[in-house]
Design a protein around this ligand. Structure first.
Ligand SMILES: NC(=O)c1ccc[n+]([C@@H]2O[C@H](COP(=O)([O-])OP(=O)(O)OC[C@H]3O[C@@H](n4cnc5c(N)ncnc54)[C@H](OP(=O)(O)O)[C@@H]3O)[C@@H](O)[C@H]2O)c1
Length: 335
């Protein structure tokens, strides 16, 4: 009898301890990471693409607040100037600068990198945030399908051209902004860019570009690791956040009719920017991690590490995408 009680008590104690440890880990994972957790960034140089609105604007503003030399890499200088004025009004001591960058133009990307390298010898964070979503079929000035061309190829080329600075800066990070939409993305290397609009669907093409963001992140991390680099590659997604991107989709009458509650479910762009910020500056981040909101279906909430699909971890696809991207952009990473 005593033996039975002893065994029972031991089992219960074991379960209790397991539950306690598990809940401690869970609490840590789910701890509410906010802008208050951003460390001092004085001395750091951070580029945010598409920083004039939405997620990019919020992230750039908070990096600047913490002392980073922040570069607003934007295609529309007027919009960028309005964003800069807003940041300077709120944070007068901030060090923020506009540098023109159109990710749908390989020559603009090269010009941007040339200008950047004339001014800066280090790059602590490259936040590849800019994006277009679910637009009709179209091509960039280099002939790339525009969602793949802007969201993936533009950032791929930008990263490749800046890789020397990233490798020379202690603990630099590349942060690629993906989306829950990567879940319906597929890679079809025989018709990667829906040539001439063949088989094009705005949703599918967006999903593919966002899957490409993750394949690129994980492959870059593998390549950093292979050469023993201190730099890391990380990904993030904002869940569902109210920005120009989502508002432009919601303005269609059929969306309003079919999904009357959808617009009310969106979190603010400031909340949506937290995963990108955490991936960019939380000192505990490990290369290859993917951050997104902790809430229901990763639509909203505080940023935590989230899983991505099996397709996003397909190393063969990642290698092929890398090769194709190097060929298309003419940018070979010196890794
Ligand atoms: N909001 C969401 O719920 C959501 C969900 C999942 C993923 N995301 C991702 O989050 C990122 C940021 O989007 P957002 O929601 O903040 O939308 P947003 O407010 O529309 O911001 C997008 C930014 O990208 C810029 N951009 C677009 N094309 C560009 C190009 N060719 N060259 C340079 N910049 C360009 C835009 O510039 P202009 O102002 O000149 O157009 C704008 O600054 C995107 O990668 C998007 O895919 C957003």
């Amino acid at each position: 009898m005593n033996k039975k009680i002893f065994i029972g008590a031991t089992v219960l104690a074991g379960i209790g301890t397991y539950k306690f440890i598990n809940s401690q880990q869970q609490n840590k994972l789910n701890e509410n990471w906010t802008t208050a957790n951003i460390p001092d960034l004085t001395g750091q140089v951070i580029i945010v693409t598409g920083a004039n609105s939405g997620i990019g604007f919020e992230a750039a503003k908070e990096f600047a607040r913490k002392g980073a030399q922040t570069i607003l890499a934007c295609r529309n200088v007027n919009k960028a100037q309005a964003a800069l004025a807003q940041i300077q009004a709120e944070i007068p001591q901030s060090k923020v600068e506009i540098m023109p960058l159109n990710l749908a133009s390989q020559s603009s990307i090269r010009q941007f990198v040339g200008e950047f390298k004339k001014k800066y010898q280090r790059l602590d964070v490259l936040a590849n945030n800019a994006g277009i979503m679910m637009v009709p079929y179209g091509i960039t000035e280099d002939g790339f399908e525009q969602q793949f061309g802007t969201n993936h190829l533009g950032h791929f080329a930008l990263t490749g051209l800046l890789i020397d600075l990233l490798l020379n800066t202690p603990h630099a990070r590349v942060v690629n902004v993906s989306s829950n939409a990567h879940r319906f993305g597929t890679m079809d290397f025989d018709n990667l860019m829906y040539d001439g609009g063949k088989g094009y669907s705005p949703q599918q093409a967006y999903g593919r570009s966002k899957l490409a963001n993750l394949l690129f992140t994980y492959e870059l991390q593998r390549r950093f690791q292979a050469i023993g680099a201190k730099a890391i590659a990380v990904a993030a997604h904002p869940g569902y956040s109210s920005t120009n991107l989502t508002d432009s989709i919601l303005k269609h009458w059929y969306v309003k009719m079919l999904f009357p509650l959808v617009s009310r479910m969106a979190q603010s762009s400031a909340m949506g920017a937290l995963p990108t910020m955490r991936a960019s500056v939380d000192p505990n981040v490990i290369g290859g991690q993917y951050f997104g909101p902790a809430g229901f279906m990763e639509q909203g909430g505080y940023p935590v590490v989230v899983p991505s699909t099996q397709a996003s971890h397909n190393a063969a696809d990642a290698r092929q995408l890398w090769q194709v991207s190097e060929t298309l952009t003419g940018v070979a990473f010196n890794l």
